[in-house]
Design a protein around this ligand. Structure first.
Ligand SMILES: *[C@@H]1O[C@H](CO)[C@@H](O)[C@H](O)[C@H]1NC(C)=O
Ligand SMILES: *[C@@H]1O[C@H](CO)[C@@H](O)[C@H](O)[C@H]1NC(C)=O
Ligand SMILES: *[C@@H]1O[C@H](CO)[C@@H](O)[C@H](O)[C@H]1NC(C)=O
Ligand SMILES: *[C@@H]1O[C@H](CO)[C@@H](O)[C@H](O)[C@H]1NC(C)=O
Ligand SMILES: *[C@@H]1O[C@H](CO)[C@@H](O)[C@H](O)[C@H]1NC(C)=O
Length: 380
């Protein structure tokens, strides 16, 4: 308990990240067939070593697609292991889960880390805050053994939330950030960096395949790339700057007309974002071009027109990445069709976009820390 008392005395350093943690009804239904899938994927992970990136080892970790809004995967923390469902998020750099100390309602509806039950737990008195799109959390840094499938990080620093505001209905317990270390709010070494430094990951890359409609089939892979998840060759795109998964976009067009990004713009490739986000004025214009009508926070179209709507094309490093209407129109739980374009909450002086899961379901994505670049290719 002394550990908690100390927290009262220190100032929380604050940090704003742009992962849009959105509300979604909890859906903890699990399918019977899942263990089978896990086994299949595990077997493949070993066999795949021959065909992966530069002949290196590969860990393939299954993710569950929750209504095309979130992709969550299991990790464990502590000894014996305690299991958590987290978002693997390229838009932030901190790993955190709820703590035993957290009295917020958001914590009581999720799995909380019972630090007293872990023999490898080590507290610190470093604190931090993170402000997300629709919620915020206050946490303290601790150390313990963290496992992602067969990847093990001993004495890994991670955050334990002591208070959470705003995201009670979310369907995941915590977040596992995969952005660069200098984006970390807690200033702790991110798990990918620690695994990389310790040689647990043979190549400093990870990649995402995000399934559509189905709960099963999505994966994040570490240490290499499994070619069977994409078609053709990967196009490599340099980052604007090492330290953030942000790319330069040449232009955004629809029916050969430039509809946004007319002087070039930037885009964060963000697996923790559900939608495609951009500056309000430009997003409003796209909604208008699509013929979508605002109702509440969303813009709706009649589901019957989806087949007639044009693709929206992101041109990146001279290559076109079309996003067809069947990808940028989503169905809500009542069966109504709405667009997947959203106004970005954090505004910047230059035009910037966020390419979230809507884009990443179409394009298999490789995050190459070794060369500070992102690879994209049409997903299978
Ligand atoms: C996560 O763990 C739960 C419980 O152990 C299991 O039912 C579920 O299938 C796992 N999820 C994934 C994506 O493997
Ligand atoms: C949580 O509630 C308990 C009992 O009401 C209280 O003793 C404790 O200080 C609270 N913890 C925090 C972090 O507010
Ligand atoms: C907390 O901070 C104080 C002063 O900075 C330090 O003396 C103490 O050892 C720290 N406690 C832990 C558990 O790290
Ligand atoms: C790849 O995996 C094998 C078997 O698990 C291991 O012996 C080998 O050291 C690994 N290679 C690298 C480069 O990590
Ligand atoms: C972030 O870290 C990278 C190296 O990983 C460095 O090149 C970059 O300049 C840093 N960015 C900032 C804003 O500090």
């Amino acid at each position: 308990m002394k550990w908690l008392v100390l927290l009262g005395l220190v100032a929380f350093t604050e940090c704003i990240v742009k992962i849009p943690v959105r509300r979604v009804k909890t859906m903890r239904k699990t399918l019977r067939g899942k263990n089978m899938l896990n086994n299949v994927l595990k077997e493949h992970a070993y066999r795949l070593s021959q065909i992966s990136f530069r002949g290196s080892n590969l860990t393939i970790h299954p993710l569950r697609n929750i209504r095309d809004i979130f992709y969550v995967g299991n990790i464990t923390i502590g000894t014996p292991p305690q299991e958590f469902q987290v978002i693997f998020d390229t838009g932030s750099s901190d790993l955190w889960v709820p703590s035993d100390y957290c009295n917020s309602s958001a914590c009581s509806t999720h799995v909380r880390f019972r630090h007293r039950q872990s023999s490898t737990f080590r507290p610190t008195n470093k604190t931090f805050r993170i402000i997300y799109g629709s919620g915020r959390m206050k946490g303290v840094v601790a150390h313990d053994t963290v496992r992602i499938g067969d990847l093990v990080s001993i004495d890994q620093p991670f955050g334990l939330s002591v208070a959470e505001y705003g995201f009670r209905d979310r369907s995941f317990d915590g977040v596992l950030g995969l952005n660069y270390p200098n984006k970390s709010c807690s200033r702790a070494i991110p798990i990918f960096d620690k695994l990389k430094n310790e040689g647990a990951i043979s190549e400093p890359v990870f990649a995402f395949y995000l399934s559509k409609d189905e709960q099963e089939g999505s994966v994040v892979m570490f240490g290499g790339v499994d070619h069977r998840y994409y078609k053709g060759e990967l196009n490599w795109i340099p980052l604007i700057q090492a330290g953030d998964w942000t790319l330069h976009v040449d232009r955004i067009t629809m029916k050969r007309e430039v509809i946004a990004c007319s002087n070039g713009c930037t885009a964060l490739v963000d697996t923790g974002a559900s939608h495609i986000q951009g500056p309000g004025r430009l997003v409003d214009n796209i909604q208008k071009l699509i013929g979508a009508k605002r109702c509440g926070f969303k813009h709706y179209v009649s589901c019957s027109v989806v087949n007639t709507l044009p693709s929206i094309i992101f041109t990146i490093s001279g290559i076109n990445y079309p996003v067809p209407a069947r990808a940028y129109i989503l169905k809500d739980s009542l069966g109504y069709c709405h667009t997947a374009f959203k106004e970005k909450r954090v505004t910047t002086s230059t035009e910037s976009w966020v390419l979230g899961d809507v884009f990443l379901r179409l394009y298999f994505s490789v995050f190459d820390r070794g060369n500070d670049r992102i690879g994209l290719a049409p997903a299978v």
